[in-house]
Design a protein around this ligand. Structure first.
Ligand code: SAH
Length: 242
């Protein structure tokens, strides 16, 4: 009668917490997201039932269905794992699922995961903070609905590293708003795609080029001086496109 909201990390199974791996080995049912890598799926015990609830971008209406599935499973099984990409509380609707489960009288446990917000930049050798270049970070969603709630002028003036998740489609609009807000056209940007998977790659440029950079989902877009940094000795080849 417990549903564990578990972070699957950004990709590679060895970036999973030990607690998450233990739960995958003993779960009776695993409800899994589209972005979860096959190396993580391989850790699920063979007897477990695996339910895919993959959402494509923009298909948020399926969330009601996911909530219903979780409640019904939570009522029938002792150990249910709800496996979500990255960290379950970073843009994952994790808390919405927690609320629905708790309202139905089901115990909920949260297991944090390594978020792509920090680990995707790290895959490209980009530190999201840097003592001389950036004293803080804003992690934001690039989806249209939430963008209306963002104060781009404030962000443009903040001096923070801006990290956009789900920003591929609207990267042109994001750049335009930040330019309008006063951020310099030559501010470095980087998009890290499929981080910590076999397909990972990065593309770099400047803010005024962001719209035209070849970026595909899933990607984390980093905007700010740190986006120009990279390690020349990074272990594990990372394809630099451009
Ligand atoms: N809870 C997740 C984020 C869910 S929103 C986390 O903490 O990472 C989904 C977005 O995460 C994607 O649109 C993309 O911006 C980002 N993302 C997830 N996995 C990624 C990966 N391996 N590489 C690059 N971006 C990724």
């Amino acid at each position: 009668m417990t549903v564990h909201l578990v972070g699957a990390g950004p990709g590679s199974a060895d970036l999973l917490t030990r607690r998450a791996a233990t739960l995958l080995a003993k779960a009776e049912v695993v409800v899994i997201d589209r972005l979860v890598d096959s190396s993580v799926r391989a850790l699920i015990n063979e007897a477990a039932e695996v339910i895919e609830v993959g959402k494509s971008p923009g298909q948020s209406s399926t969330q009601t269905l996911i909530n219903e599935v979780l409640v019904s499973l939570g009522q029938r099984f002792n150990c249910v794992v709800r496996l979500k990409g990255g960290d379950p509380f970073v843009f994952g609707r994790g808390f919405e699922e927690l609320e629905v489960l708790e309202a139905a009288g089901i115990a909920v446990d949260v297991v944090p995961g390594v978020s792509s917000a920090f680990s995707a930049p790290a895959a490209a050798g980009i530190p999201v903070t840097h003592r001389k270049l950036s004293r803080g970070i804003a992690v934001l969603t690039g989806t249209a609905a939430d963008e209306e709630h963002l104060d781009f002028t404030c962000l443009a003036r903040s001096g923070l590293t801006l990290v956009f998740l789900m920003g591929v489609e609207r990267r042109g609009a994001i750049a335009a708003q930040l330019l309008l807000g006063g951020l310099s056209a030559n501010t470095p940007v980087a998009a890290v795609m499929d981080a910590w998977t076999a397909k990972q790659c990065v593309v770099r440029g400047t803010l005024d080029e962001l719209h035209d950079l070849k970026v595909h989902a899933p990607a984390v877009i980093v905007i700010g001086a740190v986006a120009a940094l990279q390690s020349h000795e990074l272990v594990g080849a990372l394809a630099e496109v451009r």
